[in-house]
Design a binder for this molecule. Structure first.
Ligand code: C5P
Length: 209
């Protein structure tokens, strides 16, 4: 039997992560947040003081990423996300990580993969594709609330500018730009809470499977 993949793509801070974890749990599927693979390769470069603009070196770090060792807490730092989006423009880095992600998707009968290019590049044959978005203002607001909620200081204008910059880099790159697959279901969560977004996603998945 071919493994069944639910592909979830969308911009930074759209709520993909929470949604993907809920979906994986509900359907009993394994889950990989592919952003963590780009973050892990970026962190390996940062930790070693290596340049972020050398494709050969970045590819080597990407090939060494261990999927079993990906820790969301450790990889969540803002600087790591920034560095990740810089090396994510490099074709050799993408090739290495996409191969690892595709191998992961074949390990179990059911998989949720979330990222930027799952429905377009990593698993173009996935039977269910969701493209999860929200307006840049809403995404910046959610990130702001999250930071302030943990008791840290945050500046909304800075966060908003960051969200726009990340969108530009992810949507504007030549290799695997962020965009909805032709057969993706669009889910705009701007006006939805977490539970409503989950119910909407579940209805789409149940209708497709
Ligand atoms: O989703 P997250 O913010 O953790 O991803 C970090 C960066 O990794 C993104 O801004 C994007 O540039 C890159 N990425 C990617 N393709 C994916 C997942 C993430 O290019 N499938």
């Amino acid at each position: 039997t071919t493994p069944l993949v639910i592909a979830i793509d969308g911009p930074a801070a759209a709520g993909k992560g929470t949604l993907s974890r809920q979906i994986a749990e509900t359907y009993g599927f394994q889950h990989l947040d592919t952003g963590l693979t780009y973050r892990a390769a970026a962190k390996a470069l940062l930790d070693r003081g290596l340049p972020l603009n050398d494709e050969g070196i970045a590819e080597k770090m990407a090939r060494d990423v261990e999927l079993a060792g990906l820790d969301r807490e450790i990889l969540s730092a803002h600087a790591i996300g920034e560095a990740a989006s810089k090396i994510a423009v490099m074709p050799a880095v993408r090739r290495a990580l996409v191969e690892a992600q595709q191998a992961f998707s074949k390990r179990k009968p059911g998989t949720v993969l979330d990222g930027r290019d799952i429905g377009t590049v990593v698993c173009p044959d996935a039977p269910v594709k969701l493209y999860v978005t929200a307006s840049p203002e809403v995404r910046a607001r959610r990130r702001y609330d999250e930071i302030v909620g943990r008791g840290d200081a945050a500046n909304f204008d800075e966060i908003f500018a960051d969200v726009r910059k990340r969108d530009e880099r992810d949507m504007g790159r030549a290799d695997s730009p962020l965009k909805p697959a032709k057969d993706a279901h669009l889910l705009d969560t701007s006006e939805m809470g977490i539970e409503a977004a989950f119910q909407a996603a579940k209805a789409i998945i149940d209708a497709a499977l």
